[in-house]
Design a protein around this ligand. Structure first.
Ligand code: MTE
Ligand code: MO
Length: 202
């Protein structure tokens, strides 16, 4: 009898089909893990607000209804978490960030966008990252309203970066002229966070 191989290596056909799609050091997962610091908020949607601050023509406070009345768009993208899991083909629905910035009267002086979340969590991206055609403020995933764990009622989705830049439970969007390190960035994560360059930690 021929010797049986002790281990069989299974390579996901989607990874083999598109070399370069899965960033270095990442492993594909089917489930969508939940990851964050602190507790999950329980919002009363009638009281939840999104504040729009900084380098805009006029600062605003949007209700949940006003957010949901914004023009909606679908984006299919891959998620890459710094803890090495990736999930392909996530369909997020929300308002495209470029559209949002235009409607909010973003000023040319904007160089960075800072996301402020429940419990004081923040993260910041260069404006070019936020204006990527695939970046959005999302309220649903794969056709279903975001669950509380995944950021309901509104989260950022910044697909070209590690997923910690995709802030859950948004409470304010601040257009800024200067950068500001966020929660994970102050705790050792890389501020640029490009998965293809493996910019994981400082
Ligand atoms: N408000 C908030 N958003 C957050 C975080 C957090 O701690 N607080 N963690 C980030 C990290 S590290 C990851 S990997 C993703 C995880 O999102 P998920 O739980 O929907 O998979 O959320 C990001 N957004
Ligand atoms: Mo993460």
């Amino acid at each position: 009898m021929p010797a049986m191989p002790l281990f069989t290596r299974r390579v996901d056909p989607r990874v083999e089909a598109e070399p370069g799609r899965l960033p270095p050091g990442q492993v594909l997962t089917e489930k969508w893990p939940v990851l964050h610091y602190g507790s999950v908020p329980q919002y009363d949607l009638d009281r939840w607000r999104l504040r729009v601050l900084g380098e805009v023509d006029k600062e605003r406070v949007l209700t949940h209804q006003q957010v949901r009345a914004l023009p909606s768009a679908d984006v299919v993208c891959d998620i890459h978490c710094v803890t090495t899991w990736s999930r392909f083909d996530n369909r997020f629905t929300g308002v495209g960030f470029g559209e949002f910035a235009r409607l909010m009267g973003m000023r040319d002086s904007t160089r960075f966008v800072e996301f402020h979340c429940y419990g004081g969590f923040t993260t910041t991206v260069p404006v070019a990252t936020a204006l990527d055609p695939a970046a959005l403020l999302a309220w649903s995933h794969d056709g279903e309203e975001l669950s509380p764990e995944h950021g309901h009622p509104l989260r950022a989705v910044m697909p070209r970066r590690y997923f910690w830049k995709s802030a859950k439970w948004l409470e304010a969007v601040e257009f800024r002229a200067d950068d500001r390190l966020g929660f994970w960035e102050r705790n050792g994560y890389n501020n640029s966070a490009d998965p293809w360059l493996e910019e994981r930690y400082w």
